[in-house]
Design a protein around this ligand. Sequence first.
Ligand SMILES: *Cc1c(COP(=O)(O)O)cnc(C)c1O
Length: 376
Amino acid sequence: MKKLQMVDLRSQYLSIKTEIDKGIQDVIDSCAFINGPAVQLFQKNLEQYLGVKHVIPCANGTDALQVAMMALNLKPGDEVITTSFTFIATAEVIALLQLTPVLVDVDPDTFNIDPKAIERAITPKTRAIVPVHLFGQTAPMEEIMEIAEKHHLYVIEDNCQAIGSDYIFNDGLRKKAGSIGHIGCTSFFPSKNLGCYGDGGAIFTNDDELAKQMRVVVNHGMTVRYYHDYVGVNSRLDSIQAAILNVKLAHLDEYAAKRRAAADFYDKAFENHPNLKTPARYGKSTHVFHQYTLVTQNVDRKALIEYLTAKEIPAMIYYPVPLHMQKAYLDPRYKPGDFPVTEHLSETVFSLPMHTELEEDQLSYITGSVLQFFKH
Ligand SMILES: *Cc1c(COP(=O)(O)O)cnc(C)c1O
């Protein structure tokens, strides 16, 4: 059996090595390292895949979120509503721009932001909502867009974990995650569902004006060469990463199918287990399983992870500390107990290996070992 890893980037690389190596070599031969043809092509390819008018490539997912908020011209003190159960970057950029992060709790089954809690958190200072499509499933966008419209708020989708997922509207219409709000953001960090071989990110929008503004922000606030009308940032996707992404984007749907097949295997093995709750499939979004995350019930989670580690099965906790309990984000507005679902999840969840190269013997070994823990 191949060695188990949370993400097996090497086996995936070997399966597309010829195309990848050629893409990288072509960039080196052209020496168009910044903003070369590979970047232009990737932009077009991703616009087409997502069905959006504009893709703005940038340096990473955190920058994507920051640039989105800068382009919306939000002012210090403006409130931005987001989830208490996410990777830190979502709240980090809000804080960096001196906006006020307003946290709300999540749904216990999908782990995604709870629209009812969003509505309760709205004040006259609220300007934007940042739903995070956590672990590969789209947040309830139809409800969120309704709330946003009613209160004249912007919606920035943090789509760093769900690229390729389809949101299904009540009338059956499907749209790609990240293409529904005013702006969508994603990351091409190597372990993401569409990962490059370094750092990368992108911003999406259907709004011409916002697109224009975001292209200016990522390029030093420059409107005409060496004329700077805004304070911007330097955030670029380099051509080598774009060449890699052009190869991998063509495989994205096939990769999602492989992740779902692994998830189905896990689901079946853990079905109706008294101590394990398998991840719910929210009916209104396809799941691209960035993570396969179980909720434990009456389990010594630490002992379980130690047991698996001893069997060379990696298991991770995403995320062990809710945002309002992170040292850098302690805030008199919040105290332990304020976000009971998030706090419960932080104490009980764990994630098993999830990637595109999991083989049946590996999945059997993992599920067998987890089940054995409860018998030993
Ligand atoms: C990975 C991730 C980010 C940040 O992306 P980087 O490319 O690492 O900056 C932001 N939000 C979420 C939910 C993520 O998973």
